[in-house]
Design a protein around this ligand. Sequence first.
Ligand code: PXP
Length: 260
Amino acid sequence: MTELVRLHINIDHVATLRNARGTSYPDPVVAAHLCIDAGACGITAHLREDRRHIIDSDIERIRASLPTQRLNLEMAATDEMLAIAMRVQPDVVTLVPERREERTTEGGLDVVGGGAKLAAYVKRLTASVPKVSLFIAADDAQIRAAAALHVAQIELHTGEYAHAVTAKESGAVAAELRKLLVGAELGRKLGLEVAAGHGLTCDNVPAIAAIEAITELNIGHAVISDALFVSLPTAVREMRDAISEGVRARHAATYAQGHP
Ligand code: PXP
């Protein structure tokens, strides 16, 4: 059932831990293999301009050692990153906004504001790699602008939803879920594959996995954190189970609609 939703594990924070001591361990490539062996569909890694976690050689080694698996490279829309993507040939490139001072990717890419410059960049990227995804807010205008760029996929930012769950603000949780549901359906209607990610945990992921139009989840921090206590393979399996719980709710809802 989980296969309805591809789980990509973001391994950035394995590199964060390694870089904290300047050692060669823990190795994100070893982590990537453990995740795939435990049932993840793919690996996601963000090569930031400041190289604060994943570094160029990590991407090259992951690409070389997982040739038949899906490698999703997250990157900013810069000429430097375009050259790397063209050379490394990840299976998917996800364009994300990037600011040096941020702790993690905050907010989605402004596709509307990116205008002709972003459109030209996406055109070059689309011609260079198999699949392009844009990390955006579940916002009508952004989703339509992404579709107009003829990308294959959008990834909806679930950070606000995750914050609302943590803050136990049930009204905000419902509102954010509604935005994600409407946005995912719009994306699907416009012919886009719809992924989602950011801030997802075993506790808050079922409601996201229950959204029928969502076909992929990119999850990092929670899985790597859980791995400290239960091992990485177990953390991946527990996340898959939590996603399955959400997918089962899809089927229950469909069944209920058909059987009032
Ligand atoms: N998707 C995108 C585009 C991201 O930038 C990130 C964080 O790097 C994630 C998913 C994963 O977020 P988290 O680490 O909070 O699970």
